[in-house]
Write a protein that binds this ligand. Structure first.
Ligand SMILES: C[S@@+](CC[C@H](N)C(=O)[O-])C[C@H]1O[C@@H](n2cnc3c(N)ncnc32)[C@H](O)[C@@H]1O
Length: 308
C-alpha cells in the first residue's frame, strides 16, 4: 500500500489539477483508437519539441547513471538491436510513432527489411525513412495485411498499453511472428491486480493513464504474462526498469510543476493549445509518484519467444 506522505502529495496535486482539468470527466474520456489517434495528432508539437527535444522519440529515456541524457532515448533501440543477427530477415515495429526506433535499427542493418506500423494520423507516411523501412498505416489489432509467420522480430515501445483488447493484439502479433521469433515490449504496467489495489490507487492509475489516452483495461503485468503464455509465447522474461525511467520522469515533473504553479501561464496555454497536448502535464506531474514499481505503475521490458 502507498505510504501516507506519498498519498498526501498525490492528493494535493490531484486537487490542484482538478481546478483546471476535471478529474471525473477525464476518467470518462474514450481511449479507443480514434481518441488515441487524435491525441497524438494534437500532441505532436509537445512530443517533438518538449518531450524528445526534436529527436522523434515518443517514449521514456532509460538512464544508466541516474541522470537524464538525450541519448537515453536510444536505449530501447539498442536493446532490440542486440537481438538482430545474421539470420534476421524481417522486423516489424508496432505503434512506431515518428519511427525513431526502426530508423536507428534500419540504418545499422541495410540488408534487413523493416516494417513500421502506426495508426493513420499526423501524416505517418510522410516520415522520412531509409529505403529498407516500409511505412504502413493500420491498427496493431488487425495485422491481416501481413503474412502469417513472416517476421523474425516484432517490437513495440510504449504502444501496446493503448490496446483495449490486449489478448487480440498479442494474438495478432503471434500470428505474424515466425516460430522461434522474438517479441520485445517496453511499456507501463500495473504491478498488482486491480482487486489488490486500493480505490485510491486504482483512481490515480486510471486518471494518470487517461491523461495520455491510455486505457486502464488489462494493465496488470500478471495478466499480460498470462495472455502471452496463452497466445503461444514461452521464455517470457519481464524486467522492471522503473528506476531507469526516473530521470526522464523528474525532467517532465519539473516542467509540469512549473505549469501548475503558474495559473496565468496555464490559463493562457490551455486557451491557445489543444487540450490533448496540455493534458500531458497531468501525467508529467503525477508519474514520478505513481511509478513506484510496486503499487501503481511499473515500467517493464518484456522479451518472449514464439513457440515452434
Ligand atoms: C507513446 S507513442 C510511441 C511511439 C514509438 N513507439 C516510440 O517509441 O517513439 C505510441 C504510439 O502507438 C501508436 N498506437 C496506439 N494505438 C495503436 C494501434 N491500435 N495500432 C497502431 N499504432 C497504435 C500511437 O499512434 C503512437 O504513435
Amino acid at each position: 500500500m502507498l505510504v501516507s506522505d506519498k498519498k498526501q502529495e498525490l492528493s494535493k496535486r490531484i486537487e490542484i489539477i482538478d481546478r483546471y482539468y476535471k478529474v471525473d470527466a477525464l476518467l470518462d474520456e474514450k481511449t479507443d483508437k480514434d481518441a488515441v489517434a487524435k491525441y497524438y495528432r494534437k500532441s505532436d508539437f509537445f512530443y517533438n519539441l518538449i518531450h524528445s527535444r526534436g529527436g522523434g522519440n515518443i517514449h521514456m529515456g532509460l538512464s544508466n547513471d541516474g541522470a537524464f541524457h538525450k541519448d537515453d532515448f536510444l536505449e530501447q533501440a539498442r536493446f532490440i538491436n542486440s537481438f538482430i543477427n545474421d539470420k534476421t530477415e524481417k522486423v516489424l515495429e508496432v505503434g512506431a510513432g515518428k519511427v525513431a526506433n526502426s530508423k536507428y535499427l534500419a540504418m545499422r542493418h541495410s540488408s534487413i527489411f523493416f516494417t513500421a506500423l502506426d495508426l493513420p494520423h499526423r501524416s505517418f507516411k510522410k516520415n522520412k525513412v531509409p529505403a529498407n523501412i516500409t511505412l504502413c498505416e493500420g491498427d496493431f489489432n488487425d495485422l491481416s495485411d501481413f503474412e502469417e509467420e513472416s517476421f523474425d522480430i516484432v517490437f513495440g515501445v510504449e504502444t501496446i498499453c493503448h490496446s483495449e483488447d490486449k489478448k487480440r493484439t498479442i494474438t495478432e502479433i503471434s500470428r505474424v511472428l515466425k516460430p522461434g521469433g522474438k517479441l520485445i515490449i517496453f511499456d507501463v504496467y500495473e504491478p498488482k491486480p486491480r482487486n489488490e489495489m486500493t480505490d485510491f490507487e486504482k483512481r490515480v492509475s486510471s486518471f494518470t493513464l487517461a491523461s495520455m489516452r491510455v486505457t486502464d483495461a488489462g494493465q496488470y503485468i500478471g495478466d499480460m504474462k498470462k495472455i502471452l503464455a496463452e497466445s503461444g509465447f514461452s521464455q517470457i522474461e519481464v524486467t522492471d526498469l522503473t528506476k531507469q525511467i526516473k530521470p526522464s520522469l523528474l525532467r517532465l515533473e519539473r516542467l509540469s510543476e512549473y505549469y501548475f504553479n503558474h495559473p496565468a501561464l496555464l490559463r493562457f496555454l490551455k486557451a491557445t493549445i489543444p487540450c490533448d497536448a496540455t493534458m500531458n502535464s497531468i501525467a508529467g506531474w503525477l508519474m514520478p509518484l505513481t511509478f513506484d514499481g510496486k503499487n501503481i505503475h511499473q515500467y517493464n521490458r518484456i522479451v518472449c519467444v514464439r513457440c515452434t
